[in-house]
Design a protein around this ligand. Structure first.
Ligand SMILES: Nc1ncnc2c1ncn2[C@@H]1O[C@H](COP(=O)(O)OP(=O)(O)OP(=O)(O)O)[C@@H](O)[C@H]1O
Length: 565
């Protein structure tokens, strides 16, 4: 378009060679040297039509380019986000044990935020400015090729400046992202432990820590601004030299009659614009590169090896009613939390019959919870076989295996939603069944007293119920699921002794024909079990009925019962 305008103005001021000849010829006619004036064709319509066409073309192309840039980058960010979330929710337990929550939140919020907000704009600016510079250099070089000679040292200068600046900006961005993780960690820890912080009057200490971490995370940003200023000053000076070189070479070319004044003006205006574009292109490129750190970090989380839920070759697909009876067989089972860690279970062998009520006890850290986790294939079972109703669970697809067992873990989990949703998320049961489950879990009166009964909302994490009540809701949920095998890992630890005793009796009746494995700290909870497994440092040291175990005066179970009295 600029070329068109220059050509148009040159055709009127005489820069264009034909027009120049016509102007001279007509002057001769006026002075009487020619008998007739030469005909000057009216080119206004031609130029206006061309200019309109070019303008419309530029508008369409710019709109298409902007739309393409926005849509592709949004799509890219969405694809990367979905892949990361998909992978993280499938990551094994070990990943969450070894990765601070703040780091995960930072990737999900900070890095993803860079992909959503910063990268598209900077990428678009870099491409636009880069193309403008290329077109400006080509344009000025066409008008006056001497310009290229002057540009060589300036380009070398730019090359070294951007190299220093980019390396600095990249590292500062990396440090900035690293420094943000403690802020997210502090935030999630503070919210998680709000009541403890207040109870210990530690608000001030935590606020101070938060401020310090925030300050720390802002320092790299300040350095980034400083680096940008450093580069800006140098690029603006170099830009002034570009203008000088372009101006000088085109004026010299104009004075020698090689180009018309219109073209000289065009070359200088391009050179002036180039100064701004040069700064934009270096700054945008450095930001694109720095934001690519976020792309790399998000991509890393998209590659965390996840648990395999789907059916894979060699899998066994058990029948629909599996496990029909609920026998559990452990043969020389050894397990660990990671290949680099020591085993937490060593050669555990036990047979649990269908419908049996089994209690597991042992000292803290003896491996009780780990044993329950092996049934769900949550930890690495590197030796032995666990069979449920004769089916080797290592061959059953994970989703299927986990859907056929029920567990009430140490930390009861309730979801935001109604009580109905929490009891029966898949909406398989009717209200009568839900009320029956609540009755068994000793919660009927509590829910009856609520204004909306089953439709009462449970707040985030079940905060509007006590920990004991949350455990009872989890118990009711397990009743609703009707699994043949129920595992309770200290599921009644936060319930008072009296309610616990009632529950154990109710469970015996309600789960009469089902297998119940109960891990308990309180020996009283499991004293009425059919059988007791006693673990010590990951080994199964006792395995018999409570009565038989109590007959061993130096047995571990006897010692624990005595200690609990
Ligand atoms: N997430 C984990 N990562 C690595 N090691 C773990 C992890 N959880 C537990 N362990 C280790 O495994 C061993 C058995 O722990 P486990 O939680 O199974 O014991 P427990 O008998 O259930 O203890 P408690 O009665 O305190 O719940 C312990 O040595 C413990 O340090």
């Amino acid at each position: 378009m600029d070329f068109w305008l220059a050509d148009w103005s040159a055709s009127h001021v005489g820069g264009n060679i034909d027009a120049w000849n016509l102007t001279e010829a007509n002057a001769n006619y006026t002075q009487g040297n020619l008998s007739q004036p030469m005909d000057v064709p009216d080119t206004t319509g031609y130029y206006i039509t061309g200019y309109t066409g070019l303008s419309v073309g530029a508008i369409v192309l710019t709109a298409a380019a902007v739309a393409a840039a926005i849509l592709t980058s949004l799509r890219g960010a969405r694809v990367m986000h979905d892949r990361m979330v998909h992978n993280i929710v499938r990551a094994p337990l070990r990943f969450f044990d070894t990765t601070p929550t703040g780091r995960i939140l930072n990737r999900m919020a900070g890095d993803q935020g860079s992909l959503d907000n910063n990268l598209p704009g900077n990428m678009e600016l870099f491409l636009r400015s880069g193309l403008k510079i290329v077109s400006a250099i080509v344009a000025v070089a066409v008008i006056t090729p001497y310009f290229l000679i002057g540009m060589i040292p300036i380009i070398v200068f730019y090359y070294f400046m951007q190299k220093i600046y980019r390396a600095t900006a990249r590292e500062l961005k990396r440090i900035n992202l690293m420094k943000e993780s403690p802020v997210y960690s502090q935030l999630s820890q503070s919210f998680g432990g709000l009541s403890t912080i207040r109870a210990y009057r530690a608000e001030e200490r935590f606020t101070k820590q938060m401020m310090e971490r925030l300050n720390d995370s802002f320092v790299p940003l300040l350095y980034s601004m400083g680096a940008e200023g450093w580069m800006g000053v140098r690029l603006v000076c170099a830009g002034a030299v570009i203008i000088f070189v372009a101006g000088l070479s085109s004026v010299v070319a104009g004075l020698h009659g090689l180009v018309s004044p219109a073209w000289v003006g065009l070359a200088i205006s391009y050179a002036i614009r180039m100064q701004v574009q040069m700064f934009s292109v270096v700054s945008a490129f450095a930001k694109v590169e720095a934001n690519m750190t976020s792309v790399e970090r998000v991509e890393n989380y998209s590659r965390v090896p996840g648990e395999i839920y789907e059916r894979i070759s060699g899998n066994t697909i058990p029948p629909e009613e599996w496990p029909a009876s609920g026998t559990v067989q452990l043969e020389s089972v050894s397990a660990r939390y990671d290949q680099t860690l020591d085993p937490v279970l060593t050669m555990v062998t036990a047979n649990i019959r269908a419908g049996e009520k089994v209690g597991i006890c042992g000292r803290t850290g003896s491996g009780k919870s780990s044993l329950t986790l092996t049934l769900f294939r949550m930890i690495d079972m590197f030796e032995g076989v666990i069979s449920i109703d004769g089916v080797d669970i290592s061959r059953v697809p994970l989703t299927l295996l986990r859907s056929r067992l029920s567990i009430i873990p140490q930390d009861p989990v309730l979801f935001s939603g109604t009580i109905r949703f929490n009891l029966d998320p898949e909406e398989d049961s009717d209200d009568d069944e839900l009320w029956r489950a609540l009755e068994i879990a000793q919660l009927k009166d509590v829910v009856t007293d609520l204004p909306s009964k089953l439709d009462e909302m449970v707040t985030e994490g079940g905060e509007n119920f006590s920990v004991g009540q949350r455990q009872l809701f989890c118990l009711a949920r397990a009743f609703v699921r009707k699994s043949r095998i129920l595992i309770m890992d200290e599921a009644t630890a936060s319930v008072d002794m009296e309610t616990d005793a009632i529950l154990q009796d109710v469970i015996k009746v309600a789960f009469g024909d089902r297998t119940v494995i109960t891990v308990a700290h309180r020996i009283a909870t499991i004293l009425n079990s059919d059988r007791i497994l006693v673990l010590d440092q990951g080994k199964l040291v006792e395995n018999d009925s409570p009565d038989n175990l109590l007959k061993k005066p130096d047995g571990l179970f006897t010692a624990m019962v005595k200690a609990n009295k």
